[in-house]
Design a protein around this ligand. Structure first.
Ligand SMILES: Nc1ncnc2c1ncn2[C@@H]1O[C@H](COP(=O)(O)OP(=O)(O)OP(=O)(O)O)[C@@H](O)[C@H]1O
Ligand SMILES: [Mg+2]
Length: 631
């Protein structure tokens, strides 16, 4: 029932926003709020600005895009600053078609959809409100009613520039319905909606034979020709093409360069002169942003054709490359999974990261500097610290290639492989290994991978696999250490007893037999060696620790294994090294004894409770790490 109430509420808000009045009343409104008369381009720019901008490390992040598009900050900043912003200022770029050019499933459609949904919401707000001549199929701007010779004065008084002339249909209506009195013409507030075909249009190419230019510019209404007597009476014409409907807002041209040429010619005059030709009428003014998208190979063949020069010079091409940041790629997958029906499936920790690692590697170009491996580059691009490299190095690295990110594996491929693994395996959990295997198997069927590329890609899979092995080992060791917190303490107490005896040239007592013993040199060295303390330095190190202990004692503080950074590290490493055997034995034994079974269960519990595994993926991990350690 809640949903019905919300639908009702939504209708009520819309009803409350409705406005209808005469042109005279509209002019009163404009005095107060001149922004109501802004151009389509300006409205879109305002909409993006109003959501706010955050700046991180000198890179701008537009909130308008950042919930849906990840890792494209630089491309989006260029798009806003080189197209949206200047076109809002009525500069010449406004007359150009915006052509988003990028590799498959790199987010082009997502970007346009954001703009469309954004506009639908924005026209419900005060700053984004749009007014139009009432009942006009093209939602024509009421300001077109002002005759040419009065426009200069209007501009002076209102500070608003008028572009475009009154359409043939409204010219006729003005005479017939209002007796030429522009002040009486009815004006209404409109709300953009793609579904209702208001302010938002979409055109996608279909079969060139059946596709009709009417889809763009409307068509003659044969049922009414008899009534009006002539084909050139605008009332006998349906202004219902996508270009008509998108007036005042945004028109999306999907896969534009796949379109038949005759469709593209229409765009020529629309973009340059701001008007287009429909039927037998004078040119019709339109105020809309045209956004098209295409991929690189289509774009290349388009510009290589001399015939397209005129059109090409009327486009602004904005590259939308793939994301190149590891963490952001992981976010993309997470988002896509949430939107799909595999959402409830258990995906073991690190799975998506490891898949993303492979994907990003396929998109990066090898650095010209020999000391930067692909993996280092990947981490640097992900804003991670890599020893020996600074932020400046990263910036220089990014400048090496202007077109990085235009090739490589697309996110949809990864999601498809994940889904097919899930379906094929019929199991409740998948991990990084399953996905890497599936990514590898799928390469043969991938339509656009060459043989050479495939070899590189296989290398990238094994790089990602090695990184995963390290992650997996560390994770299991950590889980073991957690259940071995006690043993860290025991090991440390034991070490300190020996150090104390060593420094005091004393002997120790065996706790069981009471026998006197020399300090256990082997034990002490095995710990110290973990942090590279040499035979010569051991005495100084041991004395330093004793001094630290007595300093703690004087202050009444308890010295434990966290109190000395290097000692802590040594103990941990020693434990990991010892664990290697425990982990190895515990995880690889086919018939675990009671003790081992208990340990395994503890570790599984830790993995589930603290690291996000489920029982199955935790057991899979243990088995895998066991096999790694046995190699
Ligand atoms: N940088 C990104 N941030 C967030 N999501 C992304 C990004 N790149 C791709 N995606 C996701 O990948 C999927 C495909 O993206 P989209 O359809 O927008 O791509 P496209 O460029 O239009 O592709 P095509 O050329 O195949 O039409 C979508 O689910 C989209 O959300
Ligand atoms: Mg698309």
């Amino acid at each position: 029932m809640d949903i019905l109430r919300r639908v009702q509420e939504y209708r009520q808000t819309q009803d409350a926003l409705k406005w209808e009045g005469t042109f005279a009343e509209y002019l009163e409104l404009l005095k107060e709020k001149p922004y109501l008369a802004q151009s389509a381009h300006s409205r879109i720019y305002q909409m993006i600005q109003e959501e706010g901008i955050e700046e991180e490390n000198g890179v701008r992040k537009y909130n308008f895009f950042s919930e849906q598009l990840f890792g494209l900050e630089e491309a989006l900043e260029k798009l806003v600053e080189e197209y949206f912003h200047p076109s809002a200022k009525r500069l010449d770029v406004k007359k150009r078609i915006l052509l988003l050019m990028g590799p498959v499933s790199g987010g082009k459609s997502t970007l346009v959809t954001l703009l469309k949904r954004g506009l639908e919401q924005y026209t419900l707000t005060d700053r984004g409100a749009v007014y139009a001549i009432k009942d006009c199929p093209m939602h024509e701007s009421p300001l077109h009613l002002i005759p040419e010779h009065l426009r200069a004065d209007f501009e002076k008084e209102y500070g608003i520039k008028i572009e475009g002339s009154l359409s043939p249909l409204n010219r006729l209506r003005l005479e017939e319905e209002y007796g030429g009195k522009i002040e009486d013409v009815k004006v209404e507030r409109i709300f953009f909606s793609e579904d209702n075909r208001v302010g938002i249009g979409t055109f996608s190419p279909s079969d060139p034979k059946s596709q009709d230019i009417a889809d763009l510019t409307g068509s003659i209404d044969f049922s009414t020709i008899a009534t009006y007597g002539s084909e050139s009476d605008p009332r006998a014409y349906r202004f219902d093409g996508e270009l008509n409907k998108a007036n005042r807002g945004l028109m999306e041209f999907q896969e534009m360069l796949k379109c038949d040429e005759k469709f593209l010619w229409h765009l020529l005059s629309l973009t340059q002169e701001g008007n287009f030709k429909a039927g037998r009428f004078a040119l019709i003014s339109a105020d809309e942003m045209i956004v098209a998208h295409t991929n690189e190979s289509e774009y290349r063949s388009f510009i290589s054709n001399k015939k397209n020069e005129a059109l090409h010079s009327r486009m602004i091409v904005m590259p939308i490359p793939y994301n190149l940041k590891l963490d952001q790629e992981e976010r993309i997958y997470r988002k896509m999974i949430e939107e799909s029906d595999i959402e409830d499936f258990h995906i073991a920790p690190h799975t998506l990261k490891v898949a993303a690692m492979f994907t990003i590697l396929t998109r990066l170009k090898e650095s010209k500097q020999s000391n930067i491996s692909m993996l280092k580059k990947l981490y640097l691009y992900n804003d991670q610290d890599v020893e020996g490299f600074s932020d400046q190095d990263v910036n220089a690295l990014k400048k090496e290639y202007a077109d990085e990110g235009m090739t490589g594996i697309d996110p949809r491929y990864v999601i498809n492989r994940i889904s097919s693994t899930i379906i094929r395996k019929e199991m409740q959990a998948i991990n990084a290994l399953d996905v890497l295997r599936s990514l590898k198997d799928g390469l043969d069927d991938h339509p656009s991978i060459t043989k050479e590329q495939k070899e590189d890609y296989l290398d990238f899979i094994s790089i990602a696999r090695k990184e995963y092995d390290e992650l997996a080992k560390k994770e299991v060791q950590k889980a073991f250490v957690y259940s071995y917190e006690e043993s860290a303490k025991t090991l440390m107490d034991n070490y300190l007893d020996n150090v104390e005896a060593f420094c005091n040239k004393a002997k120790l007592q065996d706790p069981l037999t009471g026998e006197e013993m020399h300090p256990d040199e082997k034990l002490m060295r095995s710990i110290e060696e973990q942090i590279g303390i040499s035979e010569n330095a051991k005495k100084a190190f041991r004395e330093e620790i004793l001094i630290r202990i007595s300093a703690y004692a004087r202050k009444g503080k308890k010295f434990d294994y966290q109190s000395h950074e290097r000692l802590r590290e040594a103990i941990q490493k020693k434990l990991f090294a010892d664990l290697k055997d425990i982990v190895k034995i515990t995880t690889s034994t086919k018939t675990p004894d009671e003790q081992q079974l208990k340990k395994m269960n503890e570790v599984v519990a830790t993995l589930v409770e603290e690291y996000g595994y489920n029982t199955q993926s935790a057991n899979d991990l243990l088995r895998y790490v066991g096999s790694l350690l046995n190699r």
